[in-house]
Write a protein that binds this ligand. Structure first.
Ligand code: SAM
Ligand code: SF4
Length: 323
């Protein structure tokens, strides 16, 4: 069993397989184009898998593949199959913008993927273009439908932004209810790479909007969930992730591996250690030692709390860490 320096059990590994993305979401990517990490600097699937085996052997039971846009990395299904063949009962899931799902969903499912989270910020074509800065709506919807049809579990993530998609909260809730997809509304987490003029809705505003149409009750917190869950009178459940108010760090069970081989103990802070050299040299003891060091130094709490000084905005890129 893996434990961090604060006694928390760590059993969830998030792997960002690429920082590249075909979208430019206002809340995630810088406006101006920038240079990506060269492909030759990325960890190969084989080297990532060496670390994955260490993590699984030491107690990781859940792995999420993310990015950037993970479906942009070639042969992703091969990597998924490596993991699923090694530990068939692992909880293996993926977070995607959905654009390439139509052509990949079946391959991914056959390789052992069980569930996907798809980012869907709007049900309107023009609003989608405004947020992702690309004409992607039809492909995303087709991708979601295909994923459902091949038997992948689908969850939706939505980041409500003031004056942009905040009027669609009820529509998204309705769409997800009809298709029986759980939805999680995520508070926009400020970071210096996002578009400067966006303002995210806070949980209380999201709940206010929902209460204009529905009655709901708050559910008891599920152990390590970062979302608070609510249930409508008809039994449908939705979640809200509120890093500014909620102390979900108390039960944080995650570590992150980036495409370049950095192990990151916390989404907020810049700290990271590279496992690249160790895995490339087949130094499994070295990789274990790095993992233990990162866990020992895992921060107790993020700093998105309401007392955060404005000058302390995180510069951690979501497209590198995978959110
Ligand atoms: N490209 C994939 C996607 O969009 O689902 C996976 C990577 S993306 C970084 C993972 C999640 O992080 C998405 O659900 C996205 O909405 C969320 N995200 C990105 N930047 C965020 C921010 N500044 N605040 C809150 N959520 C953010
Ligand atoms: Fe790309 Fe996902 Fe970031 Fe949007 S949120 S820019 S889809 S990595």
């Amino acid at each position: 069993m893996l434990k961090d320096g604060h006694g928390r059990v760590v059993d969830y590994l998030r792997i960002s397989v690429t920082q590249r993305c075909n979208f430019r979401c206002l809340y995630c990517m810088p406006e101006k184009p920038f240079s990506w990490v060269p492909r030759e600097n990325l960890l190969s699937y084989e080297d990532m898998f060496k670390f994955v085996k260490v993590a699984i052997d030491k107690g990781v039971t859940k792995i999420r593949i993310t990015g950037g846009e993970p479906l942009l990395r070639e042969r992703l299904h091969i990597f998924i199959k490596m993991i699923s063949d090694y530990k068939p009962d692992i909880d293996l899931c993926l977070t995607t913008n959905g654009f390439l799902l139509k052509q990949t969903a079946k391959l991914l499912k056959d390789a052992g993927l069980r569930r996907i989270n798809v980012s869907l910020d709007s049900l309107d074509k023009q609003t989608t273009i405004k947020i992702s800065q690309k004409d992607v709506y039809d492909d995303v919807i087709a991708g979601i439908e295909k994923a459902r049809d091949v038997g992948l579990g689908v969850k939706i993530n939505c980041v409500p932004l003031e004056g942009i998609n905040d009027h669609e909260i009820l529509d998204i809730l309705q769409y997800c209810q009809e298709l029986k997809f759980p939805v999680r509304f995520i508070e926009y987490m400020e970071n210096s790479l996002a578009s400067a003029d966006i303002v995210g809705l806070k949980a209380k505003d999201i709940l206010n909007t929902i209460s204009s149409k529905y009655s709901f009750k708050k559910l008891p917190r599920q152990n390590t969930s970062v979302a608070a869950y609510y249930e409508l009178e008809n039994g449908y459940q939705f979640g809200i992730i509120e890093p500014y108010e909620d102390d979900f760090c108390e039960s944080c069970n995650r570590i992150r591996l980036t495409a370049e081989g950095f192990l990151i103990p916390c989404l907020y802070f810049e700290d990271a250690l590279s496992i690249k050299e160790a895995v490339q040299n087949d130094d499994i003891d070295g990789a274990c030692a790095m993992l233990e060091k990162v866990l020992l130094n895992k921060p107790e709490k993020n700093k998105w709390s309401k007392n955060t000084n404005e000058n302390e905005i995180s510069s951690r890129a979501f497209y590198e860490t995978g959110g």
